[in-house]
Design a protein around this ligand. Sequence first.
Ligand code: SAH
Ligand code: MG
Length: 209
Amino acid sequence: MDPELLAHAEAARGFMPVDEGLALHDAALGVTVDGPFLEVGSYCGKSAVYIGAAARRMDRVLFALDHHRGSEENQAGWKHHEPDLVDPEIAKMDTLPRFRRTIHDAGLEGTVVALVGDSPTVGKAWATPLALLFIDGGHGHEPAHRDYETWVPHVRVGGRLLIHDVFPDPADGGRPPYEIYCRALESDSFREVGATGSLRALERTATGI
Ligand code: SAH
Ligand code: MG
């Protein structure tokens, strides 16, 4: 990965260890079919810099989808809450300014395009086949399965599906990302092409979910 972009990715706030970030970058570089990339769950732009670095080299666009209000686990009182990311006037999370700053500073504004909205709402109007989909949005049962059902049908045959926070052992973390990873494999439409930490990379071999 471009060392300057790697430095930006490492400095960005968020939830992507460097080994998994580099695996994300490499999995994106391995895409051989046409089309844009899309990630669900951008937060402050950390994963978007890893994927965006590959997208820029490949002359692709990365759509970075987030409502920027945080997941359940980012809200006050939860484990992953960061109080300085709350807009005090409305008492709600707002990670969009930080996201924009990350992408600006990394020089990726020509590559990474923010989609600001609720995942199923945007998904309902989506029609463009994707070369790569990265799922890292809400990690509860309902949001994770809904993201799977909303976005996975858009992944082209030969394209890639990447899922974060996949923990086969329940002692390591929540089940839903692992469940949708299993769903993809059990659909017989995906084969695994990489596993690094909690990141899984799958390639679509047939249509269907
Ligand atoms: N990929 C990020 C971490 C994402 S955290 C990184 O590298 O650091 C999960 C993100 O999913 C949060 O920013 C949250 O706002 C977003 N999210 C959760 N549910 C969502 C929904 N229904 N629509 C859009 N974004 C959602
Ligand atoms: Mg994650």
